[in-house]
Design a protein around this ligand. Structure first.
Ligand SMILES: *Cc1c(COP(=O)(O)O)cnc(C)c1O
Length: 310
């Protein structure tokens, strides 16, 4: 009786995640205070911001049985990877709805999901495009009674709670922050930080895909669920750094990642963290900040997504 069963064993997490001071060789960098918030170190598998976003949702489910979670993502998705691992750990049934057909050539991410006992369903791109339509959701619900649907990227309104934790850590660790750079894809991370109370003055979201207007509307949509109905931190999204679109990684960006990984002793990948840090360099070098200001890059994890197909 005294031994906790597997499903209730806590996942070992490094929280608060560390803050690392950096001194890159950028113009203007030496008169600013530059830091990286290392959410990539929270857990080796559960990618940083995905942990922040999923934790409140999983906690809500953990008192109930049986649990069946369904969610959506691409073949390399950090979100599906994190969620599959967490569901296996908690003894939840998990169905991953994947965009595209990888049956003949499973990605490393999908192999892991399979190993962790997830069910994988491949959707055509046209089917996947319907994932938020009411008709599609309703038929999915009737085929899977009692299942919990989590949106793509884990950007459910609950993720606002998880981001408040991150804002609190930052305040405790380094006090007031003048600007925080965050990659933006499904918007939950940026929306949660905008809603959070804290001492960050400005959030700069870096669009990692071509989505002017679309990304703004995702963030605004999530913010309507914010119980306080106000944005505590002003935010903007810059659309100048997607480098051609989602998962597009031109040579220039790859070189930037390699160079900075080495110089800063920081793992970087070109899909999220590379683009966000690239943007931060541009802002710093252009003289956007005044001397002495404290500027932070949020490393959201995601290194697993770059594993090559075998
Ligand atoms: C999902 C993801 C993002 C994007 O966060 P959103 O909340 O979806 O905007 C950023 N970085 C990494 C590593 C991710 O996996």
């Amino acid at each position: 009786m005294s031994e906790a069963d597997d499903s209730t064993k806590a996942i070992a997490l490094q929280l608060p995640s560390p803050v690392q001071a950096i001194s890159p060789q950028w113009r203007n960098a030496n008169c600013l205070q530059l830091f990286v918030k290392r959410d990539d170190l929270i857990h080796p598998i559960v990618s940083g911001n995905k942990w922040r976003k999923l934790a409140p949702q999983l906690a809500r489910l953990s008192g109930t049985r049986p649990v069946h979670v369904i969610s959506f993502g691409g073949g390399f998705s950090n979100h599906l990877h994190s969620l599959s691992f967490c569901c296996a750990h908690n003894g939840f049934r998990f169905t991953a709805m994947v965009r595209g057909d990888y049956r003949r050539n499973l990605t490393p991410m999908l192999r892991d999901c399979e190993r962790w006992g997830s069910e994988i369903r491949f959707l055509t791109k046209a089917e996947y495009a319907r994932r938020t339509e009411e008709g599609f959701i309703n038929s999915l619900k009737s085929q899977n009674p009692g299942a919990t649907l989590i949106p793509e990227g884990g950007s459910h309104p609950d993720c606002l709670t998880g981001m408040q934790m991150l804002a609190d850590e930052l305040t405790q660790q380094i006090g007031q922050v003048d600007a925080l750079f965050v990659p933006v894809a499904s918007g939950g991370t940026l929306a949660g930080l905008a809603a959070a109370r804290g001492q960050t003055k400005q959030l700069i979201g870096v669009a990692v895909l071509k989505g002017q207007q679309y990304l703004e509307s995702l963030v605004e949509g999530l913010l309507t669920h914010n119980p306080r109905k106000t944005v505590n931190t002003s935010y903007r999204i810059t659309h100048d750094f997607h480098h051609g679109g989602y998962a597009k990684a031109p040579h220039l960006l790859k070189c930037f990642c390699d160079e900075h990984s080495e110089q800063l002793n920081l793992p970087l990948e070109p899909i999220y963290s590379g683009k966000a840090l690239f943007a931060m360099r541009q802002f710093v070098e252009s003289g956007y900040f005044t001397p002495g200001q404290k500027v932070v890059f949020l490393h959201t994890g995601g290194i697993q997504g770059t594993r090559p197909l075998v």
